[in-house]
Ligand binder design. Structure first.
Ligand SMILES: O=C[C@H](O)[C@H](O)[C@H](O)COP(=O)(O)O
Length: 242
């Protein structure tokens, strides 16, 4: 008799289903943005499978050193913005998605700046999640990660505190060392609690000198694929709202 799947295994299966679905959008010759995180890792794996078994050829632009390494190990050809500034399709995960909207939080994996740059360069930016990421208000389960310059981070943290972030502090890694992004910056994970007005908060965060980018994605996403027990729910830009 098979042991029933654990909740973690079920989530992993759903992430994989969303990733497979998104990987089916990749066509020969495309430039493809490769996201970061556990869901994106399934996407890159599936692309590796298509590269090696189907002979699918495309070029990847990774959003982190981690994803670059994974893609290289699978044999996927990589490129960068020095070669081309246009991406056909970018695929990435998210930490929270506002139910029924294309509004979300990303960056718990620390790659939010590169992810947003890649998303903005893409003609089509597809976000892949399992249904546990859906929330009725952003900020309910995840903090908003905010990438800041190391110089003067204390000033940015104080301003973020005035905006309602609880005890904003720089992110530490699992060894207790200061977390440094691929771009050499710091991240302040801001616990605002449920966010009533995402656009207002996003705008106020962006005004803080020293803030490079926030993990709020309000108007960047073309579609969201949500893996549920019934299959894939696809939310497209016609329903885009903040
Ligand atoms: O910086 C990391 C990214 O924004 C990830 O896409 C996000 O944190 C979701 O990660 P996961 O797929 O592991 O839940």
């Amino acid at each position: 008799m098979n042991t029933p799947a654990t909740a973690d295994e079920l989530r992993a299966q759903r992430k994989q289903e969303a990733a497979r679905h998104a990987a089916s959008f990749v066509e020969p010759g495309m430039v493809v943005g490769l996201g970061t995180g556990s869901t994106s890792a399934f996407f890159i794996d599936e692309l590796g499978r298509r590269w090696n078994r189907e002979g699918l050829r495309f070029k990847g632009i990774p959003t982190s050193e981690r994803s670059a390494q994974q893609a290289r190990e699978l044999g996927i050809e990589l490129t960068d913005f020095s070669e081309q500034t246009r991406i056909d399709l970018a695929v990435d995960g998210a930490d929270e998605v506002l139910r029924g909207r294309l509004t979300l939080i990303k960056g718990l994996g620390g790659a939010l700046l590169r992810e947003k740059i890649v998303a903005h360069a893409a003609d089509r930016f597809v976000v892949i999640v399992d249904d546990k990421k859906l929330v009725d208000k952003l900020g309910t389960t995840a903090p908003v990660p905010i990438e800041v310059t190391p110089f003067g981070w204390e000033c940015a943290a104080e301003r973020l505190g005035r905006l309602g972030a609880r005890a904003p502090k720089p992110r530490m890694d699992r060894n207790g060392q200061l977390y440094v992004t691929d771009g050499g910056n710091m991240i302040i994970d801001c616990h605002f609690g449920p966010i009533e007005d995402p656009l207002y908060l996003f705008t106020e965060i962006a005004k803080i000198v020293g803030v490079i980018e926030s993990g709020m994605f309000l108007d960047d996403v073309s579609e969201v694929l949500v893996a549920t027990e019934h299959g894939i729910d696809r939310l497209t830009a016609t329903e885009r709202r903040v």
